[in-house]
Write a protein of this length. Sequence first.
Length: 163
Amino acid sequence: MSRYEAVIGLEVHAQLRTKSKIFCSCSTSFGAEPNENVCAVCAGMPGVLPVFNEKVVEYAAKMGMAIGCEINLTSVFARKNYFYPDLPKGYQISQFETPLCEHGRLDITVNGTEKTVGITRIHMEEGSFRCDANVSIRPRGQEELGTRAELKNMNSFRNVQRA
């Protein structure tokens, strides 16, 4: 038996099936012409403010209840500034300190063995399906995590496994 163990956390981003985007009324339809479903809010133009899609809260809360999360009655959004080539407006609206749902669990069967997967949080932000894997190696039995490596923007669980 190895003296070390890997601790792997998955950050899974899923796109909800809503008719409009989370912070504006632009359509979420797939296959539209480039820039067809873009407005001043999407582009981050000065002076515009986001308008929240309440259906997103409903769907996220339903998921939280389904996996036994604590549902926070108050939630906080933050503006995270990023300067990436694929994010022309330079920021992302996200929940960090106070997510909508916390401390859930999902029971799964793997090779005939029942396992429980802890769900740390469900929060709402812009984006679509992808998965980030956070991997840390530590001495077996130690609580403190070692140095973390983050594998970002994988678009399938098969790619996570391969990484």
